[in-house]
Ligand binder design. Structure first.
Ligand code: HEM
Length: 321
C-alpha cells in the first residue's frame, strides 16, 4: 500500500495501533439467540463512538480509547452475508505438550484509559446498552506493571512497531476494499505458574524470553536458544521481511486467589501472521521446537475478531442481517 493509501486506511481505523497504555478492560461476549439481540448489538455500533466521546470529555487527559470487534460465528447474524475476507474462528493449536484452545466469542471490547475508573465507566455504559443481548464469556482488568513489565517480570512490547509502521502492521488496506481500515485481533488469556517461574534462575528465564531481564537487552544469537519466546515469534516472509503485529498485552492478577496472568492481544492486518506465531509457539517450526515460556504459562481462552473501521461501524449499524 502507498503511504497515502495507508494514511487514508488508518485514519478510518479504530485505535488499533496505539500503545498498551496504563489501564485496560478486555471483555469477550457471546450473542444471545433472537433477532432483538442482534438489533441491540447493531444499535450499540451506532452509539459506540458517541459513548467513547462522552467518556473522553470527562477525562482531562482525553485518554480513553475503545475498540469493538466481532467474531466469525456472529458476523452473518449481525451484519449479513458480506464479511471480511479473513475472518474465521480461531483454530485450536495442539502441540505435543501444550494446547492453545479456541473459545467462543462474538463481540470483543478493548477499553483503555489513563485511569481505571474511566475504563470502568465506559464498560458500564456499553454493557448497559447491551442489556440482556449478550452473555459475558470473560472479563479481564489489566494494568501497567512498573516499566511495562509482563507478569513474568520482563519488559513486554519492546519490539513492537510504532507510528506508521504500527498502522501498516495492524490496519487492513486495499487487499479487501470493502473492509479497509479494519484490523484482525487475536486474544488469549494466559495463567502463569509463578511459583515455578520464580524458582527458575534469572539466567534461565532470560534464555526462555530471549532478552535480559533487568535492562531488556536482547540476547545475542549465540546466547539465544531456538525455543526462546522471541526466537519462535520472530517470523519473516519469503523475501526475508520481518512480519510484525501490534501487541498490547497487559498483566492481570488476583493474588488472594493465587491467580497471575497475561492477557495477550495482537492486532494484525492479516490474522495468518499471528496464527503462524501461535503455530510456532505451540507446535513448533520445526515441529517440537515449542516455546519454553509455555512450560510456565497456560492459555485458557483464545478468539479472533474483526475490528471494522470506525466509519464502517456506523454503516454496519444500519444493516439488516
Ligand atoms: C504468556 C503470554 C506472553 C508473554 C508473557 C509474552 C511476553 C513477551 C516478552 C516479555 C517479549 C519480549 C519483549 C518484546 O519485544 O515485546 C515478547 C516478545 C514477543 N512476543 Fe510475546 N508474550 C506472550 C505471548 C505471545 C503470543 C501469544 C504471541 C503471538 C501470537 C507473542 C508474540 C511476540 C512477538 C512477535 C514478540 C517480539 C519478537 C521479536 O523480538 O521479534 N507473544 N513477548
Amino acid at each position: 500500500m502507498s503511504n497515502t493509501d495507508l494514511q487514508a486506511a488508518s485514519s478510518l481505523a479504530q485505535p488499533v495501533a496505539e500503545p498498551a497504555g496504563t489501564h485496560a478492560i478486555f471483555i469477550v461476549l457471546t450473542l444471545n439467540p433472537g433477532d432483538d439481540n442482534t438489533a441491540t448489538v447493531r444499535d450499540l455500533c451506532a452509539d459506540f463512538e458517541a459513548l467513547v466521546r462522552s467518556a473522553n470529555l470527562r477525562d482531562e487527559q482525553r485518554s480513553v480509547r475503545a475498540v469493538i470487534g466481532f467474531g466469525a460465528d456472529a458476523w452473518e447474524r449481525l451484519f449479513g452475508a458480506s464479511r471480511p475476507a479473513r475472518l474465521h474462528r480461531l483454530p485450536e493449536y495442539k502441540g505435543a505438550k501444550h494446547v492453545a484452545p479456541s473459545t467462543p466469542g462474538d463481540v470483543f471490547l478493548h477499553l483503555r484509559a489513563s485511569r481505571m475508573d474511566l475504563c470502568f465507566e465506559l464498560s458500564r455504559q456499553i454493557m448497559g446498552k447491551l442489556d440482556g443481548a449478550v452473555t459475558a464469556a470473560d472479563e479481564t482488568h489489566g494494568f501497567r506493571y512498573f516499566d511495562a513489565r509482563s507478569m513474568v517480570g520482563f519488559v513486554d512490547g519492546t519490539e513492537n512497531p510504532v507510528g506508521a509502521e504500527a498502522a501498516e502492521a495492524a490496519v487492513t488496506g486495499d487487499e479487501d476494499p470493502d473492509f479497509a481500515g479494519g484490523s484482525y485481533v487475536i486474544v488469549q488469556k494466559y495463567l502463569h505458574d509463578m511459583t515455578a517461574w520464580e524458582r527458575t534462575p534469572v539466567e534461565e528465564q532470560e534464555r526462555i524470553i530471549g532478552r535480559h531481564k533487568f535492562d531488556d537487552i536482547e540476547l545475542s544469537d549465540d546466547e539465544k536458544p531456538a525455543n526462546a519466546h522471541n526466537a519462535v515469534t520472530n517470523i519473516e516472509d519469503e523475501n526475508g521481511n520481518e512480519l510484525k503485529i501490534v501487541r498490547v498485552n497487559m498483566p492481570f492478577g488476583n493474588p488472594g486467589k493465587g491467580e497471575f496472568g497475561t492477557y495477550f492481544i495482537g492486532y494484525a492486518r492479516d490474522p495468518a501472521i499471528t496464527e503462524r506465531m501461535l503455530h510456532n509457539m505451540f507446535i513448533g517450526d520445526p515441529i517440537g521446537n515449542y516455546d519454553r515460556l509455555l512450560d510456565f504459562s497456560t492459555a485458557i481462552t483464545g478468539s479472533l475478531f474483526f475490528v471494522p473501521a470506525a466509519t464502517l461501524l456506523e454503516e454496519l449499524a444500519e444493516r439488516e442481517a
